[in-house]
Every structure is written in structure tokens, then in C-alpha cells.
Design a protein around this ligand. Structure first.
Ligand SMILES: NC(=O)c1ccc[n+]([C@@H]2O[C@H](COP(=O)([O-])OP(=O)(O)OC[C@H]3O[C@@H](n4cnc5c(N)ncnc54)[C@H](O)[C@@H]3O)[C@@H](O)[C@H]2O)c1
Length: 459
């Protein structure tokens, strides 16, 4: 460890979680050397450049305040492990695509290979911190791998799941609702917890830092995401009932949200939830319940994902039926592709299934997103295939020009202030607008002449 620093820590994985969380620690603790390492050379080069691989408001400033001082990005994972006392593991834990549990269980291959690499390189005592979202009891597998493969390392494994939300990552890291740290309830485990607590305590009040046992911490992350996603699926299910009855889902949400037991947050109906976490974590939770002999609990949580899938296909189905039951050969503008505003993340974004549904109906789909590249949009929708009917354009006006219908799929602020009169003038008539995020001024759009469909709203 360099004598200039009081402590050296590193993080395996320079993704949406590893990069921002470590940048915040480095910014808040100038005496701690923080190395974020990842074998992905392009990603590390981007973290070391002016164009970060993750778009988050305020992140550039946080990174620049510490980079080169006590924040380093490197592809040399082994070197970082060797020189760090605390090793955060923030690698991906996607849903398995084959084998036992395919489509539901978490694929832990990156976690396992990280543990094997740590065991191979580590000398002396190390604290390993699970930051990735993992199935409950993963720590025991990590401990077994570490202890069975290390010559002279000793290990404490902690769970410190990350609760940041993309789009507000910097705000969430600066002022989190809570930080959760789980560890073994032994003197060594408690000492390791205290060591990690003392890092966060530099800027987060101690009463917001919760210490628990390992399994509670691991499980709490899955449960938090399951509860959040459940609220979205619940209000989305009600949006369908509102459309059928003439109730307004925003009025219903406001009415129930005033109940302090329910609360107003996360009650916004939409085309569906996306992002890399909600679906995968619920599927994983449901799989775990089955594994532990609780099929009814598994089915309960699985229904949250089923409702989300239905909401997405209900939206594209509605587009087709409003457009006189055919979109074949028609141009459809798609405004927004990211799974939410203020991020360039497109994993599991509802836009993927809406675009695919429209393409399969023979539509020409013109997509615009302010932060997502053409390559990324094509890869998400088409994989390795090509389809000339998918066109990625550079402005909202371009996406709408000549279109029969336009759908808003991400709530980017810039869509609220578009020149809708011009858009209407440039579209074929009747001009249809499908607001999948309920962010547009529907009444004034109707005055212009649009036929507007909005989620859970009366017509
Ligand atoms: N994205 C979110 O909003 C969010 C929020 C909370 C928790 N999480 C969880 O955090 C974890 C990471 O998510 P993410 O979105 O940052 O993933 P990501 O895919 O953006 O990044 C993971 C990175 O880990 C790297 N990696 C794989 N094996 C490695 C190894 N052995 N050593 C070093 N690096 C390695 C990969 O190259 C990749 O760049 C997941 O478990 C996820 O569920 C994500």
C-alpha cells in the first residue's frame, strides 16, 4: 500500500454500479486509494477519458474531482487485488440463459471467477464485499471458493448491496436512504463490518448505515427490487382497468398515494418497467422460493413480471388497433429508447419489445433517443440480424416526420417541450400519439388535432 494513502480498496467491475459507487467513495475520502478494475479495455479507456461509459447527471464532475488523485481505472485486476485491503465485487449477475434454472436463476459465473481470481492472488487478510445483487447464501459459496483455493489469504465476506437508481445515481450515492452492510456475527465479521461502515460514515449519517447478518443483507436487495417492481405492476394493472371504466390512473394514484401507509412514490403508470435489475431480480427471487420449497410464494412474485410483459404487449397492441388494425408499411416514430430518462442504459427497456412487435407487424420504425447510440439500439432490437425497417435518427422531429403514429417510450424532458404543432403538420392524418409515460400535455395535443392515447386515461 502506498504510504500516501490511509487505505487501499478496489472494485472488480467498472459498470453502472462499480464506476459511480467507487467514484463517490474516492471523492468523499481523498486519503483512500480507490482502484476500479475491469478486464474490458474499452470500458476502462472510457472511464479514463472525457466520455464516460455511463451517462449519469453529475457523474463527470465526481469522477474528475478524484481521478488521478486517489481514483484510478485499470485493466490490471490482479494488481488491484494484490494491493487492496478491501475488495468490492460489482460484476454482472445476469439471468441464466441455459442449463438448470435457465430464464430465472442468476448466472454466477462472473462472481465465481472473481472469487477464484481473488483466492489466487490474495496474500494476508482481505475483506471481500459483495456489491453485485446475488441470490441469498452466495456469500457461503464465495467463502468456500476463497478458502479452498488460497495459499495464505484469509477472508471476511460481507454483503453491501447497492440501492442506487440509474438516472439519479450521483444523488442516491451522495445521500442514500440507507446503506446496508451484512456480515458474519463473529468478532472478525463485526470488525470487518465496522471497517466498511467507517468508509461510508465519512459522509453518511451513522443511523442510515444498517448492519445485519449476511443472509438478511443479501435477501433485502432482492426484496427491495421486488417490492418496487410490484408497485409498478400494480398501478399498471389498474391502468388497464381505468381505460376500461373511464377512471384516470393519475387521479387514482394521487388518491391512494395520500394514504400515508401507501405513500405517493412509484405509482406512475407506464408502458412497463425495464432496466437490468427488476426483472432479473424478481425471477431470481421466484426461483429461490421454488428452490426452498415455496411454490406459492414463487408464483406470487412471478406474476409481477407476467403483468409487466402484458403491459408492454398491451401497449403495442393498442398502437396497432388504433392505427386501423394495421401498421404494415406505416412509419412509426419512437421517442426514447433508454429504459428511463437520464441514463443511456437500455437493458430490458420496454422499447425493445414495442419496436419488435411493430417490426413484426411490418411497420417502419424510426427511433430517436438523445443518449443511446444507433449501434446500441440496433443490437438491442435486432441482435445480429438486419432489418431495413428499423431506422435510427438524430432528432425527435426526424422520427416524427411523415409518421402515421408516434410513441413516447422514455420520459426525457426534451419531449415535453417539442414543437408539437410542427410535428402534427409533418405527420400523416389522422396523427396518432401514444404516450407510454404520460408526460405530454394531452389536452393541448388534442386541440392541435392529435389523436392521443395515454396509459390509464379516459379518451
Ligand atoms: N445497474 C443498476 O442500476 C444496479 C443497481 C444496483 C445493483 N446492481 C447490481 O450490480 C451488479 C453490477 O451491475 P452493473 O449494472 O454495474 O453491471 P455491468 O454489466 O454494467 O458491469 C459489470 C462489469 O463487471 C466486469 N467484470 C466481469 N468479471 C470481472 C472480473 N472478474 N473482474 C473485474 N471485472 C469483471 C464486466 O466486464 C463488466 O464491465 C449486478 O449484480 C447488478 O444486479 C445494478
Amino acid at each position: 500500500m502506498s504510504s500516501n494513502y490511509s487505505l487501499s480498496i478496489c472494485c472488480l467491475g467498472a459498470g453502472y454500479v462499480g464506476g459511480p459507487t467507487m467514484a463517490m467513495i474516492a471523492a468523499k475520502c481523498p486519503d483512500i486509494k480507490v482502484t476500479v478494475c475491469d478486464p474490458n479495455e474499452a470500458r476502462i479507456a472510457a472511464w479514463n477519458s472525457d466520455t464516460l461509459p455511463v451517462y449519469e447527471p453529475g457523474l463527470q464532475q465526481v469522477v474528475e474531482s478524484a481521478r488521478g488523485r486517489n481514483l484510478f481505472f485499470s485493466t490490471d485486476v490482479k494488481e488491484a487485488i494484490r494491493h487492496s485491503e478491501i475488495i468490492f465485487v460489482s460484476v454482472g449477475t445476469p439471468t441464466k440463459t441455459f442449463g438448470v434454472g435457465a430464464g430465472r436463476a442468476a448466472d454466477l459465473k462472473y462472481i465465481e471467477s472473481a472469487a477464484r481470481m481473488i483466492a489466487e492472488v490474495a496474500e494476508g487478510p482481505k475483506i471481500i464485499v459483495e456489491k453485485s445483487t446475488i441470490p441469498v447464501r452466495t456469500a457461503s459459496a464465495m467463502i468456500t471458493i476463497l478458502q479452498s483455493n488460497s495459499k495464505n489469504g484469509t477472508f471476511q465476506v460481507l454483503s453491501n448491496p447497492e440501492f442506487l437508481a440509474e438516472g439519479t445515481a450521483v444523488e442516491d450515492l451522495e445521500n442514500p436512504d440507507r446503506v446496508l452492510i451484512g456480515g458474519e456475527q463473529t468478532p472478525e465479521g463485526l470488525a470487518a463490518i465496522e471497517k466498511v461502515v467507517s468508509i461510508y460514515a465519512r459522509w453518511i449519517p451513522r443511523d442510515k448505515i444498517l448492519a445485519t447478518n449476511l443472509w438478511s443483507s443479501e435477501l433485502s436487495k432482492l426484496v427491495a427490487n421486488a417490492f418496487l417492481a410490484q408497485r409498478i405492476s400494480s398501478i399498471n394493472s389498474i391502468s388497464a382497468l381505468c381505460e376500461a371504466t373511464g377512471a384516470d390512473v393519475e387521479e387514482v394514484a394521487r388518491a391512494i398515494g395520500h394514504d400515508s401507509r401507501i405513500g405517493p412514490k412509484f405509482l406512475k403508470a407506464s408502458v412497463g418497467f425495464g432496466g437490468s435489475c427488476f426483472q432479473k431480480d424478481i425471477l431470481n427471487l421466484s426461483y429461490l422460493c421454488e428452490h426452498f420449497g415455496l411454490p406459492e410464494v414463487a408464483a406470487y412474485w412471478q406474476s409481477v413480471v407476467t403483468m409487466n410483459d402484458w403491459q408492454k404487449s398491451r401497449f403495442s397492441g393498442r398502437m396497432v388497433s388504433d392505427l386501423f388494425n394495421t401498421v404494415t408499411g406505416k412509419q412509426i416514430g419512437i421517442l426514447g429508447f433508454a429504459f428511463k430518462k437520464d441514463t443511456n442504459d437500455t437493458r430490458e427497456t420496454p422499447a425493445i419489445s414495442v419496436c419488435r412487435d411493430l417490426l413484426s407487424e411490418g411497420a417502419k420504425v424510426y427511433v430517436y433517443d438523445p443518449q443511446v447510440s444507433e449501434v446500441q439500439i440496433r443490437a438491442e432490437v435486432l441482435g445480429t440480424e438486419t432489418n431495413p425497417n428499423l431506422v435510427v435518427v438524430k432528432s425527435a422531429l426526424e422520427a416524427c416526420k411523415g409518421a402515421h403514429g408516434v410513441a413516447v417510450l422514455t420520459e426525457w424532458d426534451e419531449f415535453k417541450t417539442l414543437d408539437f404543432q410542427k410535428i402534427h403538420d409533418d405527420m400523416l392524418k389522422p396523427a396518432f400519439l401514444f404516450d407510454g409515460r404520460n408526460v405530454l400535455p394531452h389536452e393541448s395535443l388534442r386541440t392541435i388535432g392529435f389523436r392521443v392515447f395515454a396509459i390509464g386515461k379516459p379518451f
